[in-house]
Design a binder for this molecule. Structure first.
Ligand SMILES: [Zn+2]
Length: 331
């Protein structure tokens, strides 16, 4: 059952985790922080709109997360798709270039961060990695279905594979360290992803990250156990976990995931606020503060999470607080 598909991808993630001292820290919400820096993301492309209008802002937010202590930058390609760019009038080639650009911006941010520290003679010994984000078909639809997993009749595995195939290839060719399949709402899309990883022979470690609204199922109602098993069976998957989910559900979810896999577990919850898919806004006052969020971190570590960060509505302050808690835990 456990560790059915240990392989190079899992080994690579484990080496990075070890090099970081036992836990890798992910960044926090990218879209959230772009908005905090003045970007207007009210667009079907969401954060990927900044690839067109303000790439410098993306680089700045990546740098802010590195300054806060993140080991992994997740690129601005979550809602960037060839189909989405084409519907804005871009050619196929231009659309592919925009995907490539999302990875290049994060690689540039890493280079600048390392250079700045080298100039100040401040050694950076922890790994800094770039994970190319792939959001779900539902994220492309921008109609809230990434939080329901309900794709109606379009939702066949072959359709989803065709939808994601070229995007995956282009992002992999851009040279990231990891591929991040994020906010996966149903098991069909997870199955499509693992088949694409094999068929396209992607040799960059990937992670599969699901989202849940109840702590037992992912948002479509499919069981977390079943979804984790799909990820576990694929040797090209280096880590599996949960993102964009309220912190209060994470403890139970990690325990479920651990029952069916030995792969490293990643968790990057949102702040606990609820997203209203119809109104396209976060419902405030249901969330937890940075302090509360971070009070969970030690528990998640004890549960066995190896990669920890934040998703929507978390900020560089959240990441700084996570990093501080982890350092205290190790002293
Ligand atoms: Zn999120």
């Amino acid at each position: 059952m456990v560790g059915t598909a240990a392989g190079a991808a899992e080994g690579a993630v484990r080496r990075w985790v070890d090099a970081a001292g036992g836990r890798l820290v992910l960044d926090g919400g990218l879209a959230t922080e772009l908005e905090a820096n003045g970007a207007d993301l009210n667009d079907p492309l969401w954060s990927a709109k900044c690839l067109l209008s303000s790439p410098h802002l993306i680089r700045k937010v990546h740098m802010d997360y590195l300054e806060a202590g993140a080991n992994i930058l997740i690129t601005a390609s979550y809602q960037a798709t060839i189909q989405g760019f084409e519907s804005k009038g871009f050619s196929k080639e231009q659309s592919e270039n925009l995907l490539t650009k999302s990875v290049e911006i994060a690689l540039e941010a890493r280079e600048m961060f390392l250079k700045e520290h080298l100039e100040k003679s401040i050694p950076i010994q922890h790994p800094i990695l770039v994970a190319a984000s792939i959001g779900s078909y539902g994220a492309y639809l921008a109609d809230g279905s990434e939080y329901s997993g309900d794709y109606g009749e379009a939702g066949t595995k072959e359709f989803l594979k065709d939808f994601h195939r070229r995007r995956l290839q282009v992002l992999a060719e851009a040279g990231p360290d990891l591929i991040a399949f994020e906010t996966i709402p149903n098991k069909l899309e997870a199955q499509a992803y693992v088949e694409l990883l094999e068929e396209c022979n992607i040799n960059i470690p990937a992670w599969l990250s699901f989202n849940s609204k109840d702590g037992v199922h992912i948002v479509s109602g499919d069981s977390v156990i079943e979804c984790t098993t799909i990820a576990d069976k694929c040797a090209k998957v280096g880590a599996v976990g949960i993102n964009c989910t309220p912190p209060r559900f994470i403890h139970g979810l990690i325990l479920s995931i651990r029952k069916v896999t030995d792969k490293p577990i990643l968790i990057y919850p949102n702040s606990g606020e609820r997203y209203d898919g119809e109104k396209k806004e976060w419902v405030e006052s249901t969330g937890v503060s940075d302090g509360d969020f971070v009070s969970y971190v030690n528990e998640w570590c004890k549960d066995g999470a190896a990669l920890i960060g934040g998703c929507c509505r978390t900020t560089p302050n959240t990441i700084r607080a996570i990093q501080r808690t982890l350092n205290q835990g190790f002293n």
